[in-house]
Design a protein around this ligand. Structure first.
Ligand code: ATP
Ligand code: MG
Ligand code: FE
Length: 338
């Protein structure tokens, strides 16, 4: 079954055709990252406007590259939550229109479930149950993937998401947006132990994260050096920051895997492209005999192929929507669209 999938939750207008949830037939991504970079972050109003301009061409390209039309695919899938509401609505309404004229089922997909499902496109043997670390621009979750459409959140961030922390820390260091990419690039030139950054204390759940204190520590370090007329070696600070964020992510994930008896871990989301995180997880999992699944670098960031992968399983489980479907800025990964 070939599914046309559309993604427009943030600053990528994307469309893809995916076969049986596992095989990418086409995958088109139009990213606005350069335009938003001028402002140091995503400007929601600009994002919505660009989605409107780009969506017709992006969807046409994905369909024709796969040798399909809206009438020949088996279903139309779309990211309906969470994300920027004005951005989401462009994809949701376009998908509704395509579903209406083609008579094909409409499948709403949770964006973070999509990030997790990116792994299915690269790893034919990956199947639930497993533990997922979802780390992106807006979210940081440790999630039990119980089956293809069933999730239980074990831990999450209390403040900033991991990607958000990377972006804010990079901005303070004067590195270009998106900061996660910038920090990752200069990390090899720095000493990860040059600065001893604090491990944030999170009371309550031992699997939850907190990253805003780390970001503040970076800001203070830079500020204090500046006041004394000195400078901070940015590669050292970047490497130390990446080391600390990754240390926290890895420790909590491994503890959760042990406590909940998971022998399989998958990473997901934009931050799963981080080389420090990938390397450290590989080492730790190998040492413990845990099977680790990493999304390919090309599918870590926002794309529609991952939405098409998850949509296959949502459709199989009977989760379709009618034309009353709406987008939502916030939605729990454990919830279904009603
Ligand atoms: P969400 O998925 O939570 O709705 P989003 O879609 O904006 O948010 P993604 O596209 O999944 O987020 O990820 C973007 C984030 O990933 C940004 O914060 C970016 O800095 C971060 N990121 C991308 N590449 C890397 C990297 N190599 N190292 C660290 N962070 C990275
Ligand atoms: Mg993006
Ligand atoms: Fe995302």
């Amino acid at each position: 079954l070939d599914i046309l999938a559309i993604e427009s939750s943030c600053d990528e207008t994307a469309a893809a055709v995916v076969r049986d949830g596992r095989q990418v037939l086409s995958n088109v991504i139009n990213t606005q990252v350069a335009e938003h970079g001028k402002y140091g972050g995503v400007v929601p109003e600009i994002a919505s406007r660009r989605h409107i301009e780009n969506i017709v061409g992006v969807v046409d390209e994905a369909l024709s590259a796969a040798g399909h039309t809206p009438d020949t695919v088996g279903a139309i899938a779309v990211t309906a939550a969470p994300g920027l509401i004005g951005a989401l609505l462009v994809g949701v309404n376009y998908a509704k229109g395509l579903s209406l004229v083609s008579g094909k089922p409409l499948v709403p997909v949770h964006h973070l479930r999509g990030h997790v499902a990116a792994n299915y496109l690269a790893h034919p043997d990956l199947a639930p149950p497993y533990l997922a670390l979802v780390v992106s621009g807006g979210h940081s979750h440790i999630v039990e993937v119980l089956d293809y459409t069933g999730y239980r959140t074990i831990g999450q961030t209390r403040d900033d998401a991991a990607g958000e922390a990377f972006d804010k820390a990079a901005r303070a260091m004067g590195l270009p947006y998106p900061g996660g990419v910038s920090i990752d690039k200069i990390t090899p030139q720095g000493d990860p132990h040059a600065f001893e950054l604090p491990t944030p204390h999170v009371s309550g759940s031992e699997y939850d994260f907190s990253f805003s204190g780390l970001k503040t520590a970076v800001v203070n370090l830079l500020h204090n050096a500046q006041q004394k007329g000195g400078t901070v070696p940015v590669p050292d600070l970047a490497a130390s920051f990446a080391y600390k964020v990754v240390d926290i992510l890895v420790n909590n994930t491994l503890r959760a895997a042990e406590d909940f008896h998971y022998r399989t871990i998958a990473l997901a989301g934009g931050v799963s492209a981080n080389s420090t995180l990938r390397k450290r997880m590989e080492e730790e999992c190998a040492g413990r005999g845990i099977a680790l699944y990493l999304p390919p670098l090309s599918l870590c960031g926002d794309n529609a192929a991952m939405i098409g992968a998850q949509a296959y399983y949502q459709l199989q489980a009977g989760y379709t929507a009618d034309l009353s479907l709406n987008g939502a800025a916030c939605m729990d990964i454990q919830a279904e669209f009603s």
